[in-house]
Design a protein around this ligand. Structure first.
Ligand SMILES: [Zn+2]
Length: 379
């Protein structure tokens, strides 16, 4: 089988999160916690080390750190490095062109500021605005639903001018991707229920008619400005209902002609709904599929499999690389290594099968790793 060498192509990581300023971990089990979406304490203690992802991470890190491929040796070697220096070394080794950061999580005080991370990594960085966090702060400040909607319009009036490259929604984590249209009365009742729970302060916005109604306000703004909206889809921690994380639920939003200008980015290859996400990218002009190689935390074969599924159904002009790295720089780094390898191998298969020629395959690899995102986010 042919494989396309993409080792030298810099990546635009179209969806990731900040790196923690503090890279010290009291013990191995706490570090392992960075490589699972489970919050059950026994998982990090007893099970994470036996995932295909973790085993590959340890073996790949051994080369980078120059130590034995054994987790205690890896942990000791990374603990000896200064956090900022380790972050810089890993991001440089990953050959990152740009990091697009969801600034909604982790909290900003815990991570390197967006501009500082650019200096550390020798790359460009761009922040994205997480809608639900903005909505919660507006809900704490305003006393009527109409005021909140007006304030949201004002906040989102010129997204790029405020320095953001995209919006991000975690509706899948809160009330599901079946974002509906609610009557004024239903939305008002939901608003009052929220206010009752929140009192004078903040509450988690899990009130469906209210959240859906505010999302529609945001979509109208995004569509007018042609600003991409990223949706968390599929795999996440136990807080997400994976049934309601199926991207097919987005159909009513995708069918609205007035939202046609809003590029919709389905994150995390919608895992395990990659075929469904690829289908949507094939059918709706404004839908793009993100291919994320850090999280979900998968074995290499599974990454190759979703890459094949995506390339098999969606136009390659709709596919974009990401890491979804968060907290530790190892995730941003290993994702770039794995992503280049899986995309190169899947494209090589298409060449062997006579679907592409070599020149087109190389150009496609570069499109998925960098050029498509550069164009979509106007970098
Ligand atoms: Zn994310």
């Amino acid at each position: 089988m042919q494989t396309i060498d993409l080792a030298r192509v810099p990546v635009v990581d179209n969806h990731c999160h900040g790196v923690s300023r503090d890279q010290t971990f009291d013990d191995l089990a706490i570090w392992r916690q960075c490589f699972t979406e489970s919050t059950d304490p026994g998982m990090a203690r007893d099970h994470v080390a036996s995932t295909a992802f973790y085993r590959r991470l340890i073996r790949t890190l051994a080369d980078f750190l120059g130590c034995e491929p054994e987790e205690r040796a890896i942990f000791a070697a990374r603990t000896r490095r200064e956090g900022r220096e380790l972050t810089g070394a890993l991001l440089h080794a990953a050959n990152v062109d740009t990091l697009l950061l969801d600034t909604g999580f982790p909290p900003s005080e815990e991570v390197f500021p967006v501009s500082e991370l650019a200096e550390i990594g020798g790359c460009r960085t761009g922040p994205m605005l997480r809608l639900e966090i903005l909505m919660e702060s507006l809900l704490a400040e305003h006393h009527s639903l109409e005021d909140v909607k007006e304030a949201l319009v004002a906040e989102l009036h010129d997204v790029r001018r405020r320095g953001y490259v995209a919006l991000k929604s975690i509706a899948a984590y809160r009330t599901g991707l079946d974002i509906r249209e609610w009557s004024r009365e239903e939305a008002e009742a939901s608003f009052h229920e929220y206010r009752r729970v929140a009192g004078a302060g903040h509450a988690r916005l899990v009130h469906k008619p209210l959240l859906d109604t505010l999302l529609h306000v945001a979509f109208a703004q995004a569509a007018r400005q042609e600003v991409p909206v990223q949706f968390h889809v599929g795999y996440g921690d136990a807080d997400t209902d994976l049934l309601l994380g199926n991207p097919l639920y987005l159909r009513p939003v995708l069918q609205r002609p007035d939202y046609h200008g809003m590029p919709v980015v389905l994150l995390h290859e919608c895992y395990p709904y990659t075929r469904q996400g690829g289908y949507l990218a094939a059918v709706y002009e404004n839908v793009y599929l993100d291919l994320s190689y850090g999280i979900p935390l998968l074995g290499y074969g599974e990454m190759l499999s979703f890459t094949r599924q995506a390339l098999g159904v969606a136009p390659s002009s709709k596919l974009m690389y990401s890491s979804d790295g968060i907290g530790v720089p190892e995730l941003h780094w290993i994702s770039a290594i794995d992503g280049r390898r899986a995309i190169g191998e899947a494209l090589g298969e298409l060449v062997s099968q006579g679907e592409l020629d070599l020149v087109v395959a190389e150009a496609t690899g570069e499109d998925v790793l960098r050029a498509n995102a550069t164009r979509l986010y106007r970098l």
